[in-house]
Design a protein around this ligand. Sequence first.
Ligand SMILES: CC(C)(COP(=O)(O)OP(=O)(O)OC[C@H]1O[C@@H](n2cnc3c(N)ncnc32)[C@H](O)[C@@H]1OP(=O)(O)O)[C@@H](O)C(=O)NCCC(=O)NCCS
Length: 404
Amino acid sequence: MTGFDYAIRTATIQDFTAVINRFTTAMMVSDNTTELDRELFEPDRTLVAEDAGSIVGVAQAFTRTLSVPGTVSPAAHVTGVAVAATHRRMGILSRIMRRQLAEVPEPVAVLWASQPGIYERFGYQASVYGHRFEAKLAEIRLTKAPVEGRLCELSVEQAASELPPILKRLQLDRPGVSGRSDQLWKQRLADPPERRDGRMPRQLIGYRSPEGDLEGYVFWRGTRQRGSDDGGNTVEVEELVAATGSAYRALWQHVLTMDLATRLVSWHAAVDEPVRQLVGNPRALGVRSYDALWLRIVDVAAALAQRRYACAVDVVLEVSDDILPANNRRFRLTGDRSTASCVETGDEPDLSLSVAELSGVYLGGRRLTEYAAVGRVHEHREGALAEVTTAMGWPVAPRSIEVF
Ligand SMILES: CC(C)(COP(=O)(O)OP(=O)(O)OC[C@H]1O[C@@H](n2cnc3c(N)ncnc32)[C@H](O)[C@@H]1OP(=O)(O)O)[C@@H](O)C(=O)NCCC(=O)NCCS
């Protein structure tokens, strides 16, 4: 039997429970979805594969924004990808992914990969790398940094009304940041005891400037580390976002100097995270790198025209795309820090590459030269590779702050 025996269709709201069950079973976790998850479900953006009336495969996409160099773009946020263990390696996922890409209306699609070997074949590339810190707090030597404002505890209601503008500011400052609707903020701030895994309730801490403006926040919680060598507690930083340098310094100092804690664990830092400059011995932060956000350009012309470029560029790109034929052509890309255009052309190419390489460098965190070095980008005009590599870079590394 092959995967082509199974019908792929768009889900309906009635499929919600079966869709969630299929995914949670595949991920080997218990289903603790809430009414809010049901409200956020987008059935018309969910594809399911059916076998004799049972859902055996699923992939969801959520309508959100993503910051890209110089602007904020609509981006399909792909998640909930699963195929029943009884139906794997039959091509079901391949059919779902191809159909999903053909139907995505946004210029780009993004996802977090729980298994990194899956998505490259569909044109996705790890476009954002993240840093995880696992610090022994006793070894951290904080450098002296002035802080003018003050920290405060926030209620969930205060957080829901005051934090969204700070996240929007981060989107303007850094590529790779996913936007949140009011409903998504509600979901992010929910902290039901059954999802705490024995940890303390989430602490919502804000930083106010001397004028009283909220300029940053950190979500953290502590865990008692039973059986660890030092017997101490762990501070787990779930999200730290700061719109000003003062807020950034104050919030990091707060979590790095917590009483009764010996260890700090923090995910989702950028690879150029400035906290290293606050610590006299950055090695003590215990950095580990991982692939964070995977990105796939869906519409080359729209995606390249909407972002901005680190310097002036004028180049002809010959793009290949095995899945989306509309991308299989030559494009003239012109752009700089304030404008850009990308249109089909018949001119001779300066560079040839596939949509995957373009996707990898799209957010400015990776370099085309990395791909060229292994023969994945071909330069037809001397100098073109260096020009495009520089133009597609960005002054700050992209950062993805949440797994969705
Ligand atoms: C990953 C998963 C969705 C794949 O579904 P599937 O229907 O078996 O995939 P397909 O049969 O369409 O396989 C497509 C290709 O991916 C490869 N592949 C499938 N699962 C893979 C895995 N776990 N790791 C690496 N490659 C994998 C297949 O070998 C095939 O390769 P090919 O194109 O060279 O022939 C399924 O195995 C699953 O549900 N796993 C558990 C949940 C999970 O990991 N979800 C992903 C969350 S990000």
